[in-house]
Design a protein around this ligand. Structure first.
Ligand code: NAD
Ligand code: MG
Length: 350
């Protein structure tokens, strides 16, 4: 199947200009969507919880802030950007009863629609605009006149106008300056979960910490182990991001390349484990386990956060990171630093 990519010229931006848009939540994605859309001339209101700490920030940025029910009541298009595990309750208690015929629901990740935790009636258009980057970069790139690419999908199209609206939203977000790849809610959800649990986080995070253990248990200095199994990862990722795996390989020594090609660390068993994980994503058992735990106050999630909160690498990490000037000074982007800290605190209270 040939990939479909949309750019700015594929869109009629007028389609969204008359719409009243609600952005629910003002976190990583929420602040970026609200500000970018406002700066693109859209009619935006931000819907927040009673007593939300973000309200003042959003108002200071020039946005209209109301409670979630009012936002849903006023809007024709509602983009839900609270954490995925909170969305079913947010939808049930603050959005559902305010939907008028033809109101559109939008998401930045397919999870709740794909697994059926949110089931809008068939007469509501449902689309997804999912940025392939954190919200703070989505905002920063827009402000710099560029954009972060997105994937776009339509799940329900009762009026035949959902695709043009979805693309107009993506354009207002600045994403079509970079491009939007067409996908489905199923493909986006399953591949996103697979990527984070088997490669980007569940793969790499454990691989690095395990490599650190093997070296330190063999008597090597932890500081040296940190450099060799963790610090250099960023430089290789930067090179690979610029020019693919071959650029990263090309920049390394022949010795390193030969070791890469002959390594026996990743085995057929690893592939089988990945396929097992993928199956649990596809049949919904991963989603069910996560959502059931969240609904019970997240006992398992909290236990796991505690269990993994002291990576062995971090016994020397802070000391070594302080050696790098670009890690040392005040945070370049104070908002980003604050939101990062807030994020960790957030997961502890859920
Ligand atoms: P976040 O945790 O940064 O922000 C959550 C926002 O929702 C905050 O304003 C918070 O105050 C509010 N909130 C938290 N709990 C709430 C509740 N119970 N009721 C009402 N409001 C609540 O979330 P995020 O990372 O921006 O994720 C939002 C959506 O975007 C998710 O669907 C996520 O999968 C998707 N997404 C995120 C990223 C990313 O890089 N963060 C990238 C692509 C897609
Ligand atoms: Mg992802």
């Amino acid at each position: 199947m040939a990939v479909t990519i949309y750019y700015e010229e594929d869109v009629n931006p007028k389609i969204i200009q008359g719409k009243k848009i609600a952005i629910i939540g003002y976190g990583s994605q929420g602040h970026a969507h609200a500000l970018n859309l406002m700066d693109s001339g859209c009619d935006v209101r931000v819907g927040l919880r009673e007593g939300s700490k973000s309200a003042e920030k959003a108002r200071e940025a020039g946005l209209k802030v109301v409670d979630m029910d009012t936002a849903a009541e006023e809007a024709d298009l509602i983009m839900i950007l609270t954490p995925d595990e909170t969305q079913p309750k947010v939808y049930e208690e603050h959005i559902k009863d305010h939907l008028k015929a033809g109101d559109t629901l939008a998401f930045a990740h397919g999870f709740n629609i794909h697994y059926g935790y949110i089931k809008p009636s068939e007469d509501h258009p449902v689309f997804m605009v999912a940025p392939k980057g954190p919200g703070h970069i989505v905002r920063r790139e827009y402000a710099a006149g560029r954009g972060v690419p997105v994937v776009v999908a339509v799940e329900q199209d009762p009026d035949g106008k959902t695709w043009p609206l979805c693309l107009a939203y993506a354009k207002a977000l600045g994403a079509l300056r970079a491009g939007a790849i067409k996908t489905t809610f199923t493909e986006e959800t399953e591949t996103d979960l697979f990527g984070e649990q088997d490669v980007l986080m569940g793969g790499i995070n454990h691989l690095c910490d395990l490599g650190f253990d093997v070296l330190t248990e063999a008597g090597y200095q932890p500081e040296i182990a940190y450099f060799e199994v963790f610090h250099e990862l960023k430089m290789l990722v930067d090179l690979a991001n610029e020019g693919g795996l071959n650029k990263a390989r090309w920049s390394c020594s022949d010795t390193a390349q030969y070791g890469d090609y002959t390594s026996t660390v990743i085995t057929d068993e690893t592939k089988k484990r990945m396929q097992y994980q993928l199956k649990r994503i596809q049949d919904g058992s991963f989603a069910k386990e996560f959502m059931d735990d969240q609904a019970a106050g997240a006992p398992k999630f909290k236990e796991l956060q505690e269990k993994f909160s002291h990576p062995h690498l971090e016994t020397v990490g802070p000391k070594l990171r302080a050696m790098f000037s670009w890690n040392n000074g005040p945070a370049k982007d104070q908002d980003e630093a604050e939101s990062f800290n807030g994020k960790i605190a957030r997961t502890q209270v859920q």
